[in-house]
Design a protein around this ligand. Sequence first.
Ligand code: AMP
Ligand code: MG
Length: 395
Amino acid sequence: MTVEQAIAALLAMAQAQRLQDSEPVLLDDARQRVLASDLVATLDLPPWPNSAMDGYALNLESWQGEPLVVSQQIFAGVAPKALQPGTCARIFTGAPLPAGANCVEMQENVEVLPDASVRFTRALRVGQNIRPQGQENHAGQVLLAAGKRLGPFELAIAAAQGCTHVHVVRRPRVALLSTGDELAEPGTPLKPGCIYNSNRTLLSHWLSALGCEVIDGGVLPDQPHLTRLKLEQLQQGIDLILTTGGVSAGDADCLGQVLRECGQALFWKLAIKPGKPLTVGYFGSVPVIGLPGNPTSALVTFGLLARAYLLRIQGVEAVTPLSFAVTAGFDWPKAGNRREYLRARLEEGRAVLYPNQSSGVLLGASWADGLVEIAEGCTLQAGDTARFIPFGELF
Ligand code: AMP
Ligand code: MG
């Protein structure tokens, strides 16, 4: 199965698993959550015309060019009186324009005369340096559509409307399991032949960044009956079982085996490198995404496939990460039969590869800015164009 086919299958699965419940969440806690309903403006912004400059407000219709007496000072945060005919008002940035004024001149362009009246030295036009009411938006306008992921910009837009909360889709509840007899948790002694579990940390942070609630399912030994028992225990209140390891073709790889024999495996063996053993299916009624155990295989398949699934069940339409063309700073002489993702850094617009592309090596991900994608059957020479997916897009 190609990467495109696998993404399409996952998104079709996600469509059937779309989360229906929503909840109000404080703006401070709503980062990375997904809007459940349109955010509709209740205010015009700005709510009233205001000054874009520190300067003087006047009415050009009744003015013949003569110096004007200053009849009031208007600071931001006050309600001004109407402009007295034949005068101007001292006004500061963000302060409401007084009724009757139709122009603001910046303070640098006026001359304050000895009697404290103000002479305007430049040509003036109606509307200058005024931010009209509703310049940004009008009340009733949809500011953010349902399905929008909320970051600092979107939350600031909600704050500007006076919202304390936003209405978001409930968090997906993801049971995170690591498999492997060799795994030890950090903080415990490392027995001979064992390694520390890094995938759990990688994925629990990444899941949180995608708005998910992580239910730590711990570590599963490589034993089919225990694997089956564990999956049976995770049937209530879980939206996705996300596992790492145990999906290759080895004797100890029992997760894939249990899924195929006791659940339903929709697909495994993907034309992707790293990440070929990725296995997707259901156990009971709960979707399962079985990531390969090698840290970079888990990283690539989570970022390119599981991420899209988790965003789509929350109602996000735009799940394809932004990518762009870069110049290859390397040769790729041997065409592969799988879509290849290489950890690369951008150096002056050229993609340079981390020297060790082994799927067991995690350091390269931190060194790199993102992934260079090389299509099946393709070779490259330095100077050719390749597609680049920045890691930032995957969070
Ligand atoms: P598997 O997919 O179970 O065959 O594992 C492939 C490789 O990834 C093996 O070298 C495992 O030791 C390693 N591995 C599996 N799970 C983890 C994990 N949670 N953290 C770090 N490495 C892992
Ligand atoms: Mg294993």
